[in-house]
Design a protein around this ligand. Structure first.
Ligand code: ADP
Ligand code: NI
Length: 215
């Protein structure tokens, strides 16, 4: 079927583009977001194909993986041009991918059910045990400490500050991860997020207890 073929093509494209990334955008992140988007799409009665394809392509234009936002978008639109997609599906995919990322809340809200689902699936991958693992991996890759008691969490840090190592993995929980539960769009994601959130709280509690020599 044409749709299965397009999904396979997208998988191959993403594998090639993200090969070797260790900033948390590796192909397994994409694979997990796709699987989660599919599960939620079925529960919510959304278009499963659009959700899966948007999930597969969602990080292609990410500024962290491209020289400029324009270059990233070009990569995505070139791929879309080369594949036989209905005009409305193509427009829908572009709409989802350009509006879904968490950029300190300045993005316009995601407009469609499918967009809300892929955004939820991406955000779910940033919390829970997986989110903890990704956060420490990202911090290591960027030269940030796991924790620094002299560096309190701040919500006003710029991307530049992060690059200068002004945050830590533990701070990232307060600066972003603990906020995600309340930003979930769908009931399915809210349910999963609540459990993952609880697990992160338990992890940090234990972390601080061990740090203080209490455990
Ligand atoms: P995505 O684009 O998949 O939503 P990001 O590019 O924001 O995610 O980040 C990739 C991973 O690294 C996520 O798990 C995120 O929580 C984590 N991360 C992002 N910024 C930081 C940071 N400053 N410190 C620690 N972890 C971070
Ligand atoms: Ni992502």
């Amino acid at each position: 079927m044409e749709r299965d073929w397009i999904l396979q093509q997208a998988e191959a494209f993403v594998r090639q583009e993200l090969a070797g990334d260790s900033s948390g955008h590796d192909v397994w992140h994409i694979e997990r977001v796709r699987r989660m988007a599919e599960v939620i799409a079925r529960e919510e009665g959304a278009d499963v194909f659009v959700c899966q394809l948007a999930a597969l392509l969602h990080d292609i234009p990410d500024e962290k993986l491209n020289d400029s936002p324009e270059a990233g978008m070009k990569k995505l639109t070139n791929w879309l041009d080369e594949h036989p997609l209905d005009a409305d599906i193509r427009a829908h995919l572009l709409d989802i991918i350009t509006t879904m990322s968490f950029k300190g809340g300045n993005q316009p809200p995601v407009r469609t059910l499918e967009g809300r689902i892929v955004q939820d699936a991406d955000r779910l991958d940033a919390i829970g045990a997986l989110g903890i693992a990704r956060t420490f991996a990202y911090s290591g890759a960027k030269g940030q400490l796991s924790y620094d008691p002299d560096l309190p969490p701040r919500t006003d840090l710029t991307a530049q500050d992060y690059r200068k190592g002004k945050s830590t993995a533990v701070n990232h929980f307060h600066e972003k991860l603990f906020l995600l539960k309340d930003l979930m769009n769908t009931e399915s994601a809210k349910r999963i997020a609540a459990e993952r959130h609880r697990y992160m709280e338990e992890f940090l509690k234990r972390f601080h207890e061990e740090w203080a020599g209490q455990m």
